[in-house]
Design a protein around this ligand. Structure first.
Ligand code: SAM
Length: 473
């Protein structure tokens, strides 16, 4: 197969031979410090790296250069994303699934998992529970099942979620993580007002992919891999990539994922909005140790840093699959969004599951409350953000990237973060979090460059105290 970055065919834009050649190139050059230094210099221009260049940095074993890579990743993150961390929660609608994914407890043959699908009334209860914690952004999750979870069910659920206004609560952005679907269905999701469409590739290696997805519609590698092209064709211009680390060699995945990002940029003029970095976790009937390609914490950190450097404008997401310690390290190296107080069971926010039921997708390693996470972030000097302004203002796709590239984030996202944090403090925070947060907002206000913007934010912060909500630039 010949590599063709602009091809519409999965096997040409994620060309197996090009990945193998890239791996061989990195093997041949991994001790070529002169070349590695050149790539680090290029990375310092903050315009990203090509997949081969980024792989060479990932493979680099030289201590001094690795320190440089970590420092640069942290600096690039600060330059483009400042010290804000966006928060969200997953909402599992249904775990019915017709696929056979061997790493996922939803797989159709799993008799041990408790199958659940929420009614619109149950979704309402879940959303109220999420609003009562302070969440404003959700990631919808569902298994693939045309009978139990058709697109109409997903669309109706999105409508329900956006319609719920409980006390001062509101879900203002719904991202969606459902199986690969048709251009028509992507258009419907776009019309329903979704934020990002997220779909994890799981693995870019076609042969492994087919073994890991032995049955069901997800078995079709090309249909799955070409999904983001269809989503973009359907008008969704914020898409989120991810591979499930542990399934295949991380080097193969790293190259494949960057080739995917390069393809989207080449064809649609805009790369992925986000990249998630999930690792396989224990789940009902699933033992992560039964997969051969586990990624240790140090390698995981290096992957995050190298993604950060290779695609500086792409947001990075880490979920509660990871422990507080791993998440803390990831935040330094490039992650800009995290989930908090997540439940992976269906209906688990409003009604914790009894002992004899288990509908969860995987075990969680960070079990803290949202308030504890907010406090922890602020203690480390981060500004927790519940901002949802961009897509509501039409700043999606290349318009968001322009904002990021022009470094106007400090005059736009930063004030929005401070105002949404203020809402959180007034409506949901514990006394200690509130005290810490008020002091943080006061000091962070000074880092909004434009005086006019600062004045407007001051005014809105006062209005939030008086009960007004939802200010944004
Ligand atoms: N059914 C949709 C699909 O096929 O893309 C939605 C995805 S599922 C609800 C979300 C993601 O969870 C999957 O894409 C997979 O990467 C991840 N996942 C599945 N099993 C997992 C496990 N045991 N540990 C960690 N993540 C897992």
């Amino acid at each position: 197969m010949v590599y063709n970055i602009k091809s519409a065919k999965a096997e040409e834009f994620i060309c197996h031979e090009e990945i193998l050649d890239s791996l061989a190139y990195a093997d041949a050059n991994k001790d070529n410090l002169e070349l590695i230094d050149k790539i680090i210099e290029k990375a310092k221009q903050r315009k990203g790296l090509l997949h081969r260049e980024a792989l060479l940095l990932l493979d680099c074993k030289d201590e001094k250069r690795n320190q440089e890579i970590f420092t640069l990743a942290e600096q690039i993150k600060k330059d483009f994303y400042g010290n804000r961390i966006v928060l969200f929660a997953p909402l599992y609608l249904s775990n019915y699934c017709v696929n056979g994914c061997v790493y996922c407890p939803y797989h159709a043959k799993n008799q041990k998992i408790t199958r659940k699908k929420m009614s619109q009334g149950e979704i309402r209860q879940e959303v109220i529970a999420l609003q009562d914690m302070g969440h404003k952004r959700l990631a919808l999750e569902a298994g693939e099942d045309p009978i139990n979870n058709p697109i109409e069910y997903i669309l109706e659920s999105i409508k329900t979620i956006y319609s719920i206004q409980h006390k001062n609560g509101a879900i203002r952005r719904v991202n969606v993580n459902i199986a690969a679907t048709t251009v028509d269905n992507y258009r419907k999701l776009k019309d329903a007002g979704i934020g990002t469409y997220i779909l994890f590739q799981e693995t870019y290696n076609k042969e492994s992919y087919e073994k890991l997805h032995p049955t069901g519609p997800k078995h079709n590698y090309c249909w799955h891999t070409e999904a983001m092209d269809r989503a973009m064709e359907g008008g969704i211009d914020d898409v989120g990539l991810g591979v499930l680390y542990g399934l295949e060699s991380y080097r193969y995945e790293f190259v494949g994922q960057l080739m995917h990002a390069e393809h989207l940029e080449a064809v649609f003029g805009v790369g992925p909005h986000t990249i998630s970095v999930p690792r396989i976790k224990k789940a009902e009937g699933i033992d992560p140790n039964s997969f051969d390609n586990g990624v240790d914490d140090d390698t995981f950190a290096k992957i995050i840093a190298c993604i950060r450097i290779a695609v500086p404008y792409t947001g990075m997401i880490i979920s509660t699959r990871e422990s507080p310690k791993v998440r803390e390290r990831a935040l330094h190296l490039g992650v800009s969004q995290i989930s908090g107080a997540s439940k992976t069971s269906v209906g688990g926010y409003a009604n914790p599951e009894p002992e004899d039921e288990n509908s969860a997708q995987f075990d969680i390693s960070d079990n803290r409350t949202l308030d504890e996470i907010i406090y922890w972030l602020m203690k480390m000097g981060y500004v927790p953000s519940f901002c949802t302004a961009c897509y509501r203002e039409g700043r999606t796709g290349d318009r968001f990237m322009e904002l990021c590239k022009s470094k106007q984030i400090q005059n736009c996202c930063h004030p929005n973060a401070l105002m949404t944090l203020k809402e959180y403090l007034v409506d949901y925070a514990s006394a200690a979090t509130k005290e810490l947060g008020q002091a943080l907002i006061a000091s962070e206000l000074g880092s909004v460059p434009q005086e006019k913007v600062r004045e407007i934010v001051q005014k809105h912060l006062g209005e939030i105290e008086k009960g007004k909500r939802d200010f944004y630039f």
